[in-house]
Design a protein around this ligand. Structure first.
Ligand code: ADP
Length: 774
């Protein structure tokens, strides 16, 4: 139907309304005619023209209306169709729009799907990340806890400060030192925590670390809240963030008090050893001095040839023994890097003659021959430390004789002139002894080394001599060489370059014309008196002797002496005490009388003696030459420039010390009774370890004042229980003005530490004895 309507409409449009109306009319007429004819023909059976005309007329009347109606209808239909088409187009446009939107929507949905998928993926990733982070955080926390416990369990101090010097944290050890919890410490500065002096040190060292960006180490004594002191080795290290910006510093502090104690104990042990060596050598020297001095005096007296030889052997043996002491002392000095040589003008032929004499005698004893060879002229006066050269040559000759059983020992001297007024001298000592295997040659100069396979001779000796000789030779600017063949013998050569001087530069005693002097000799050992008196009398002096300090002072005041010779250790006082008394005497003659110390051990420089009231000092055994020199100097008989520097001695010894203050102890015993008095003694015994510990620590800390303060307490406490010896030591230790406080304080502290308990034992015994005697 719509198709038909469309066709009709299209036809109408094509034909136009008139022609379409005519077509409708014609169609209608034809249709009416057909219907009338058919109906008339069937119903009536006959047709009239009217039958034909009627449909035509009817058609003509009705056709226009019909055409109009159709036309209108068709127009309406057209309009509807247009509208429909328009609606259709609109619909299509809408559809297209809709489709586009749907597409867009679909795209958007797709995009959203994708986004959702991505979001899901991101969420999963985030979840993974969160889980990982959580795990990392847990690990970090665990690590931090571990690190913290590690830091806290460290016995070392650990702390950190920012660049402003403000604390950011610390460990437990540090909390204990500053007596403050970390939380309270954070935000504070060193000056809020430490006393000013330490805070200042902290500021200075912090400044250095932060300015130079370099770590720094230093030692510092710190005081714990309970008052005990500890020496810390602090190390400060700058730290920066990941970008390299300086953030502050880490500080580490290690308690090195024990280490310091150990080091000090080691030093003390070394000092003790030195004291021991000095004391022993001092003790041995006194009798030796007697032998050397007296045998020398006897040697120069009227004797038969045989007696002269015997005495000479005694003399030379004693001198050799003295040299062994020297070796031992030198060994100690070597260890303390204190070996010194003092070159002075000496008469070389004289020195060589002495050595030849000694060697001849020693060889004769072993039935060896001694040969002396000399190539070139021996200069009369050279500058060298004669004692040391003698020591080296004696050592080599002694070895040569010791390691040779048959044949000969020789001293060969080769002298060659050298530049700058010097001579090069090779002193060679040759022997025909056991010899030394070539692989041993470089070892024999080592300390204590002895070649193991040398027959019977190997046990004799110490293995020190060559080592000391080599170092002495080196100290004199020379060298020792050795060549040897096993079974054939050895050759040791000392090469030295010696400045040659003229005779008048020799400060020889023979050049000194001494006046006749009236001397007071203060010496308590009989043997030493005999030796010194003989020497002095030989020099033309008249000698009076005082055997203790009191007599010496009395005699010095009463007599009219030109010179005093003072031994240092006397039973009642020291030679220095006498010198001091005389220096302060109102009588100017006494003040000005020259005082020369006669002393036994070579320890310190002569200046020490001069400072303490002596004009000079001469060591024992008395060397006549040196004594003459000292007198010549004191009485202006020689020029100052020609005066020989002499190393002199300081006695290191112990005086018999009274342990208890007996009067006081008796008094206390009588008034308090033993029991109460012993209680005080026990209290003292309890206090002392702390006092000693404290003094040792303060000593280490270098806090002299604190040491003296504790010593003061010890003095009081020791006095209150009658411990005289400890009290006396403490009295010295408390006196910071004491001229040798620094030098002695270690010994004093150790003295108090070592004496107090045995002195207390003595006190207890004393009280017991007193109880019993009641
Ligand atoms: P000491 O003689 O007291 O053992 P030294 O330091 O003087 O010590 O000598 C070290 C070692 O060198 C000796 O023990 C010895 O083995 C060897 N020695 C030194 N001189 C000679 C020598 N003339 N002949 C053979 N061996 C020697």
């Amino acid at each position: 139907m719509p198709l038909l309507a469309n066709r009709v409409l299209e036809l109408t449009m094509r034909l136009g309304v008139v022609r379409f109306g005519l077509l409708i009319a014609a169609f209608e007429i034809l249709f009416s005619m057909l219907v009338t004819v058919v109906l008339r023909g069937i119903v009536v059976g006959e047709l009239h023209w009217i039958d034909y005309l009627r449909p035509v007329l009817f058609g003509l009347i009705i056709a226009p209306w019909l055409a109009l109606f159709f036309t209108y209808l068709i127009k309406q239909l057209g309009v509807s169709r247009d509208k429909l088409a328009q609606a259709h187009r609109k619909q299509q446009a809408l559809n297209a729009e809709l489709k586009r939107k749907v597409d867009e929507l679909n795209r958007e949905i797709d995009e959203r799907h994708n986004a959702e998928a991505q979001k899901q993926q991101a969420i999963r990733y985030l979840q993974r990340e969160v889980a990982e982070r959580r795990e990392t955080q847990i690990k970090l926390r665990d690590n931090a806890v571990q690190l913290r416990s590690l830091i806290d369990s460290s016995p070392d101090l650990i702390y950190y400060r920012n660049t402003e010097g403000v604390y950011s944290g610390c460990n437990v050890a540090y909390e204990q030192l500053v007596n403050m919890k970390e939380a309270d410490l954070i935000g504070l500065k060193p000056e809020d925590v430490y006393e000013e002096q330490i805070a200042e040190q902290v500021r200075i060292t912090d400044g250095k670390v932060l300015d130079d960006h370099e770590s720094l180490t230093y030692e510092q004594w710190m005081t714990y809240p309970d008052g005990h002191k500890a020496l810390f080795e602090f190390r400060k290290v700058p730290f920066a963030d990941a970008r390299g910006n300086l953030q502050g510093l880490f500080g580490f502090g290690r308690d090195i008090t024990e280490r310091k104690h150990a080091a000090n104990a080691l030093e003390q042990a070394a000092r003790d050893k030195t004291t021991f060596i000095s004391t022993i050598s001092h003790e041995l020297r006194t009798p030796l001095n007697g032998i050397v001095g007296l045998s020398r005096i006897m040697r120069d007296s009227e004797l038969s040839e045989e007696q002269h030889d015997f005495i000479n052997t005694i003399y030379l043996s004693a001198v050799t023994l003295g040299n062994i002491f020297n070796d031992i002392i030198d060994l100690d000095k070597l260890e303390r890097q204190q070996l010194e040589v003092a070159p002075v003008p000496i008469h070389l032929p004289e020195l060589i003659a002495d050595i030849r004499a000694l060697a001849t005698l020693m060889c004769r004893d072993k039935k060896l021959t001694f040969d002396y060879q000399q190539n070139g002229e021996l200069p009369a006066v050279v500058e060298i430390d004669g004692t040391r050269l003698r020591q080296v040559l004696w050592n080599l000759l002694g070895n040569a004789i010791k390691f040779t059983t048959t044949g000969q020992v020789a001293l060969a001297i080769d002298i060659r002139p050298a530049k700058h007024g010097k001579v090069d001298v090779d002193f060679s000592v040759l022997d025909t002894g056991v010899g030394i295997a070539s692989e041993e040659l470089d070892k024999i100069f080592a300390m204590y080394y002895q070649v193991s396979d040398q027959g019977k001779t190997k046990a004799v000796g110490t293995g020190i001599g060559l080592s000391v000789s080599q170092r002495l030779t080196q100290a004199m600017g020379g060298e020792i060489k050795v060549s040897s063949k096993v079974g054939k013998g050895s050759r040791f050569t000392v090469s030295l370059s010696l400045p040659v001087l003229t005779e008048d530069q020799l400060p020889g005693a023979e050049n000194i014309e001494l006046p006749a002097l009236h001397a007071l000799l203060v010496e308590d050992i009989e043997l030493n008196v005999v030796v010194a008196r003989s020497v002095l009398e030989n020099l033309g002096c008249t000698v009076d002797v005082a055997m203790n300090g009191t007599d010496a002072l009395r005699m010095a005041r009463e007599g009219d002496y030109d010179v005093l010779f003072l031994d240092i250790q006397l039973p009642d006082m020291t030679g220095f005490d006498i010198a001091e008394e005389l220096m302060n005497d109102p009588n100017p003659r006494l003040r000005d009388t020259p005082r020369i110390a006669l002393t036994a051990n070579v320890i310190r420089d002569k200046q020490e003696y001069i400072k303490r009231g002596m004009q000079d000092a001469v060591s024992k055994p008395i060397d006549v030459g040196l004594l003459t020199l000292a007198l010549g100097k004191a009485f202006d008989c020689i020029e100052e420039s020609a005066q020989q520097e002499v190393k002199v001695v300081e006695p290191v010894g112990h005086q018999e010390e009274q342990v208890l203050e007996i009067d006081f102890v008796t008094q206390m015993h009588d008034t308090l009774g033993s029991e109460l008095f012993l209680k005080s003694a026990d209290m003292f015994a309890q206090l002392m370890p702390d006092y000693v510990e404290s003094m040792r620590n303060q000593l280490l800390a270098g806090d002299d004042k604190a040491v003296a303060e504790v010593a003061h307490k010890v003095k009081g406490a020791a006095g209150s229980v009658g411990l005289r010896r400890v009290q006396k030591i403490a009295a010295q230790a408390q006196d910071l003005e004491h001229p040798a406080w620094k030098q002695n304080i270690d010994d004093w502290v150790e003295g108090m530490a070592s004496f107090y308990s045995s002195d207390l034992d003595e006190l207890r015994q004393q009280l017991l004895a007193m109880d019993e005697s009641y």
